[in-house]
Design a protein around this ligand. Sequence first.
Ligand code: AMP
Ligand code: MG
Length: 349
Amino acid sequence: MTSIVKTNPGKPSRDSIKLAAEVIREGGLVVFPTETVYGLGANAFSSEACLKIFKAKERPPDNPLIVHISDMGMLMEITEDIHGDLIEKLEKIWPGPVTVLLKKSSKIPDTVTGGSPLVAVRMPDSLLSLELIREAGVPIAAPSANISTRPSITDSRHAIEELAGRVDLILDCGPTPHGVESTIINFTGTTCILLRAGAKPVEELEKIFGPIEVTDFSRGLLESTVPLAPGMKYRHYSPGKKLYLTATAGILQDISQKENLRDEIAIIASDEICSKSRLRCIPLGSETNLDLIARNLFAALRELDKTSCSIGLIQPFSESGKGLAIMNRIRKASSGRLESAESVQDFLH
Ligand code: AMP
Ligand code: MG
C-alpha cells in the first residue's frame, strides 16, 4: 500500500515530514520532490533499504545512487580525504543542483555506489528535502523517481501514475522548479570532468572550480559500452512512442505545415513553432527561455504517449547554459535524427 500525502514543498507540514522521516528510518521508500526532479529515497546507510530502490525502479544494480545530505557534518560522515579548499568551494554551490563524486567512507554500503570506491553526493536546494533528511537523521540515497529507462518525473501526477503500489509514501507536491536532474562533476582525477550536464550550467561552475572538461558523452552525442560513469551506458528518458530529433528547428517548422500528417505526428517544440503549426503540438515554452523549456521537457515526453499519433518529433535548442542539459536529455530520449523535412516519410513506417 502506498500512502499519498499532499503538502507544500516550500512550506511542508510538520506531519508530512515526520511521517516521511519515519518511513525512511524504518527502511521504507519515499518519493519526494527535490528542486530538480522527484527522487525515490531510502536510508543511504542501509543496504537492505537501498536494494528496495533498485527493485521498485527495475534499475540495474551497477547504476549507482546519489546520496542527499542536509549539512556538511553529514558530508564528513560519508566521505574520506576531502581537502579543506574543496569543502570551501562546495559551500559556495550547496544547497544546489550539483552532485560531486568523492571517496566514500565505510558507512556507505557498496549497494549505493555499485561497488565503486566513490560516492556521488549533493545537498539539494529544497526546503522539503533538507527538512526530511534532517528529521530522518540519515543521508538519503535517491535516484530519479521514474521506472528505469522512462523519462524522469517532474510532477507528482506522474509519480502517482508510475509508482503507486511500488513505494511506501509519495509526497504529492506538484511540479519541481528545475525539471532536469543535477549536474554531476568528477573532481577525483587530475582534471575536472563533467559526467552529466544538468540544472546548474557548467559556465557557472567554472567560475568556482576552474576549467571543466565537457565531453561528447556528456552532450549525449556518443553511446559507449565503456561509460565514463556507471549508469551512463543505459537507455534513458525514453517515452513509449518513438521520438526523433530534427537536425534544425527549421526542419521541424517545415514538417509542422504538412497537414496530411496530422494523425501520425505530434511535435514537441517551442511556442514560436507551435503557434504556427498545423500538427498536434506539445509546446515547451518560448525558445528564448531555456529554464522554462527544461521545466516542461520530461512532462512533454510523457504527454507524447497520451496522444494518438504514432511518432513524436522534437527540435534542437541552443546548447549554452541550461541548453547543454536539455540537448543531452533530448538526444538520449530520441531514437534517431531527421536531416531533412522530406525524410520524415522514412520514419513513419
Ligand atoms: P539518477 O539519480 O537516476 O539521476 O542517476 C544518478 C546518476 O549519478 C547515475 O546514473 C550515475 O551516472 C551517477 N552516479 C551516481 N553515483 C555514482 C558513482 N558512485 N560513480 C559515478 N557516477 C555515479
Ligand atoms: Mg535517472
